[in-house]
Design a protein around this ligand. Structure first.
Ligand code: ASP
Length: 358
């Protein structure tokens, strides 16, 4: 009996050592896996809007102009990150370049409302503190992304809207412009086209609220997500919203969790697309939550939300995002999305259409 007990004890010791060995091997391979996914010490990814962007509808000159501006914008953020700057600065300064370009539906080049005004929305989020700032429906602030940041850093609030937000921007010393600054002929023509289209529909007793023609007259919301050398994530989004919007309509871009989200534990996300659906699907936060609660990778989470959840509701659009390991994702369910990435090796990718990588 004694020797039987002794034998049992020996077996127990042998097997527990073996399990421990296995555990060591397992955790070692896990550790290797973890370092292997830490592809970038810092990284930056941007979008300039998603929609029915088809190569056959784009002139060579326009295509070149978009690519050039995307590259100029992302290089600004890249330099900030390379020099040890913060992801917040990279996001803000990168978005400035796109806001200042008439190519995009943000800042100069914003789409027109039904009343012929420009009402701009923006938001920014700091993944380190989970602090956030947003502004909606402003009419005189040259760079709404800076207003969003000022709301985050210099007010006790998260979101300011309308006239008060313009007043706050002025008090903060941000650049204020005459509303004519935002005027571009292209966007005015889009408004006229959409209004004509709506009138035709009305004559047929049909409504045309945001059907395909109207949706596609608003390309160019801009956004940026970045990871800095200190491990901090940030994201920001800026837009003029949707052409012909009425009644003080606000889209997803200034809604934290829908248009923008950042959390150092998961990822930083900026959205673009049909805002009403992005609000209802809480797109940006949902991606982070799938990573947080379900252990999804960024790629898996983005696919789930953009290829399943949003289309099932009836919406379309895309997101750009970066995770805490520097993995970048650009996911969209439309024909195209203006987009670019840069990693810490300075490697640049630029894309416009769905199937053709350029
Ligand atoms: N999401 C924006 C909005 O609904 C528009 C866009 O991104 O194209 O206001």
């Amino acid at each position: 009996m004694k020797s039987y007990m002794y034998f049992l004890c020996l077996c127990f010791v042998f097997f527990s050592c073996k399990n421990e060995e296995e555990l060591k091997v397992y955790s070692k391979s896990k550790a290797i896996e973890a370092t292997a996914t830490q592809t970038n010490q810092f990284a930056i990814v941007i979008h300039g809007g998603a929609g029915t962007i088809l190569k056959e509808n784009m002139s060579k000159e326009d295509e070149a102009a978009y690519k050039l501006k995307l590259e100029e914008a992302i290089r600004v953020g890249y330099e900030i990150l390379k020099n040890g700057g913060s992801s917040l600065d990279a996001v803000e300064q990168t978005i400035h370049v796109m806001e200042n370009s008439p190519l995009f539906n943000a800042g100069k080049g914003a789409v027109f409302t039904n009343a012929g005004t420009n009402e701009l929305d923006a938001s920014i989020m700091d993944g380190k503190t989970l602090n956030a700032g947003a502004s909606a429906g402003t009419r005189t602030v040259k760079n709404p992304i800076s207003l969003a940041r000022a709301v985050m850093e210099h007010s006790p609030h998260v979101m300011l809207a309308g006239y008060g937000a313009d007043v706050f921007a002025k008090e903060q010393g941000l650049e204020i412009v005459d509303s004519m600054y935002f005027y571009t002929e292209d966007r005015m023509n889009s408004l006229k086209r959409v209004k004509r289209y709506e009138d035709e529909k009305k004559a047929d007793n049909k409504t045309a609220f945001y059907d395909a023609t109207i949706k596609d007259s608003k390309f160019g919301t801009v956004g940026c997500a970045a990871l800095d050398k200190h491990g901090n994530l940030a994201a920001g989004t800026s837009t003029g919203g949707m052409t012909n919007k009425r009644w003080g309509r606000v889209g997803d871009a200034p809604i934290i969790g829908a248009g923008t989200y950042a959390n150092n534990n998961t990822c930083a996300v900026s959205s673009t697309g049909w805002g009403e659906f992005f609000i209802r699907a809480m797109v940006a936060h949902d991606i982070s939550a799938l990573m947080d609660y379900k252990g999804f990778t960024l790629q898996e989470a983005a696919k789930e939300v953009i290829q399943k959840k949003v289309p099932e509701l009836g919406g379309d659009g895309g997101i750009i995002a970066v995770d805490k390991n520097g993995n970048m994702v650009m996911e969209f369910n439309t024909e195209g999305m203006y987009r670019a990435t840069m990693n810490d090796k300075g490697e640049l990718t630029i894309g416009i259409y769905k199937d053709i990588e350029n």
